[in-house]
Design a protein around this ligand. Structure first.
Ligand SMILES: C[S@@+](CC[C@H](N)C(=O)[O-])C[C@H]1O[C@@H](n2cnc3c(N)ncnc32)[C@H](O)[C@@H]1O
Length: 296
């Protein structure tokens, strides 16, 4: 067993001194002691925080307060790595999805997968809707499409749009493994063309649920086509609407950020849909196509 770091301290730096330190100096990492104790001594090892400080620091690091005073210092949860691990530990992820995620995790672009808690939300929305006919734009290796397909009834189907044939091969492998291949209609090619084709084939108002996770610059075009394809009361869900936080930073003005910022503004103002922007993963907006003129 290795020696406790406390044994390495000179006697005058015993534990009772530490309550004199400011709470912020009691976390982990290199701690600079105040002049009062010893001249600028740096301890290159982890210092155990007192229990209450650890609790308070975790709680403080996990909230953000609105800077807009009209929201009355409203505090909301902000995920720290520790809290996010806790969220992940509370996700029920089917074994086949976990295997797909783990196989993808060493591939280029692996960060493109929706997160497990997002996949779980998609699954739940499909279930709540009792959805039968779905569309996904952007399959990659199949994580979110498999989550959707698993939630569909046997008679349901998902039109899965993806332009990259190699990525589709892996997705197909997992559809087979999960015994959902009969529910997935793969459309290899540009998603825009597939959506137009579906409309031309008379499929307007026949889909219950759509998930968009590709080609951020085209979100506006997909939105208009999907509004035709989804039935009144159906959902259209867009991923990455917070774009790693860049949408809120006026200093960031690259093409994708501007495009997503404009898209968010556009659907906020569009009374054809009810909306909810959910800060999960990289941000998802759930749009519900209104049945009639509703105000919310
Ligand atoms: C973010 S990944 C999708 C991840 C997937 N939804 C998941 O969470 O498992 C985006 C995918 O969309 C595909 N893609 C990009 N532009 C496309 C387009 N215009 N039409 C079809 N697929 C496209 C890319 O090849 C990529 O595999």
């Amino acid at each position: 067993m290795s020696a406790s770091p406390w044994c390495l301290l000179p006697p005058f730096l015993s534990k009772p001194l530490f309550p004199l330190l400011p709470p912020t100096a009691l976390g982990f990492g290199v701690v600079k002691l105040p002049q009062l104790c010893v001249p600028s001594l740096r301890l290159p090892f982890a210092m155990p925080p007192r229990y209450n400080d650890a609790v308070n620091q975790a709680a403080v690091a996990s909230v953000v307060t609105s800077e807009d005073e009209r929201y009355g210092k409203k505090q909301v949860i902000s995920l720290t790595p520790q809290l996010y691990d806790y969220v992940l530990a509370n996700v029920r992820e089917p074994k086949v999805l976990r295997e797909l995620r783990e196989e993808t995790s060493v591939m280029p672009g692996c960060q493109m997968l929706v997160s497990p808690e997002q996949a779980q939300l998609l699954t739940m929305l499909v279930q709540i809707m009792g959805a039968k006919n779905c569309i996904e734009i952007g399959v990659y290796t199949g994580y979110s499409s498999l989550a959707i397909a698993l939630a569909l009834p046997n008679s349901g189907y998902l039109v899965a749009c993806e332009r990259d044939l190699k990525r589709l091969e892996m997705a197909k492998k997992y559809y087979n493994r999960a015994c959902v291949s009969h529910k997935v209609e793969i459309r290899h090619g540009l998603a825009y063309d597939t959506l137009v084709h579906l409309i031309e084939r008379g499929k307007s108002c026949s889909f219950d649920f759509a998930f968009v996770d590709a080609d951020k610059i085209k979100y506006g075009e997909y939105y208009e086509l999907l509004l035709q394809l989804v039935r009144p009361g159906g959902l259209i869900i867009f991923d990455n609407v917070l774009w790693h936080g860049k949408v809120s930073d006026p200093q960031v003005n690259d093409q994708k950020t501007i495009s997503l910022r404009n898209f968010n503004k556009r659907i906020l103002e569009d009374m054809r849909v009810s909306i909810s922007m959910v800060p999960i993963g990289d941000g998802m907006t759930i749009c519900r196509k209104r049945e009639t003129d509703q105000s919310l």
